[in-house]
Write a protein that binds this ligand. Structure first.
Ligand code: PSU
Ligand code: MN
Length: 302
């Protein structure tokens, strides 16, 4: 097994047994524009500390897997335009060739598990894309949730995905999809997708106990915790529907495929909402970070 490079803060947390929360870096390099991306990354880390846990942002920098980034490394990564987007298929090649890349949900789960971190906060996960029956575009994030034992806190999934198919695949893969404090599955910028979540839990302690119970049952894989965006920050699904449709149309017109699809759609939606989507995105990322910090601490008490 490789040993990751730990930041000072994360190394100290590991030594003292403090609760740790993993954070992905694709949201920084491919999910938001500079300089907001770095500001958000810093705020999310501060929220986790304010809740009493320690944040660990993951990335591959010049051929080394980093768990925990210094402020300078976060800034450099946020400005880099050439960082690769690393999913499960890409991490080993990037490390082997001395490359630099940001980790998706799938790759962050792999790195977190290597580092013994069991809880991870993000914005939205990848899933089954609309038109997947023709394109076969299904994110590796779903398979990762099925095999790597990390609890992932997200605000559901964006309506750029086919949400019913995403839930079907997660069910087939045996991934628990747990809505927090409501029965409905949230849709990222909107609290409700119109779909029921398969499972519901209302407290960090219950979520932590369910995580531990999977291990005690000998089950592989993690849990998807679907945490709705705060009421005050929500954007109505009806407002976003035509914007998402336009972004999707543009992606097809421009021949966007593979791992370029998600970043393209996020950028188009940002442009088409004059940056409004970003404010909600920031609020939900911070909300997920706070919940993840509470789950990580509850896990420590289990
Ligand atoms: N969905 C979002 N924001 C994101 C992503 C997904 O709402 O930033 C990023 C995450 O890093 C996720 C990745 O793991 O995109 C999924 O990409 P793909 O669909 O290519 O697997
Ligand atoms: Mn894809």
């Amino acid at each position: 097994m490789i040993t990751p490079v730990y930041s000072q803060e994360v190394a100290a947390a590991r030594a003292s047994g403090a609760a740790l929360v993993a954070l992905e870096s694709t949201i920084i390099t491919h999910g938001m524009p500079y300089p907001q991306n770095v500001e958000v990354a810093r705020s999310v880390e501060a929220d986790i500390r304010a809740e009493g846990a320690i944040p660990a942002t993951l990335a591959v920098l010049e051929g080394a897997l980093h768990v925990g980034l210094s402020d300078g490394q976060l800034e450099t990564l946020g400005q880099t335009r050439s960082a690769a987007k690393l999913s499960r298929a890409d991490v080993a090649v990037c490390l082997a060739t001395g490359g630099t890349g940001s980790t998706t949900v799938a790759a962050t789960m792999i790195g977190a598990h290597l580092a013994g971190i069991e809880v991870f906060a993000t914005g939205g996960i990848g899933g089954v894309h609309q038109g997947a029956e023709l394109s076969f575009d299904v994110s590796a994030d779903l398979q990762e949730l099925a095999q790597t034992p990390v609890t992932v806190v997200a605000a559901g999934a964006k309506a750029i995905l086919d949400l019913p198919k995403t839930l079907e695949v997660l069910e087939t893969l045996g991934v628990p999809v747990i809505a927090v404090g409501q029965d409905g599955f949230p849709a990222f910028w909107s609290r409700q997708s119109g779909l029921s979540a398969p499972l519901r839990l209302d407290t960090p302690q219950e979520i932590a106990t369910a995580h531990t119970m999977r291990r005690r049952l000998g089950l592989p894989g993690g849990q998807l915790i679907a945490n709705p965006i705060p009421v005050a920050d929500e954007i109505a699904a009806a407002t976003l529907a035509p914007i998402i449709a336009t972004a999707q149309h543009d992606a097809t017109r421009d021949g966007i495929t593979g791992k370029a699809v998600t970043p393209y759609l996020l950028q188009r939606i940002y442009e088409l909402t004059d940056g409004q989507s970003l404010r909600a995105n920031i609020a939900l990322a911070r909300n997920n970070a706070r919940l993840a910090a509470r789950i990580a601490q509850a896990l420590g008490r289990n």
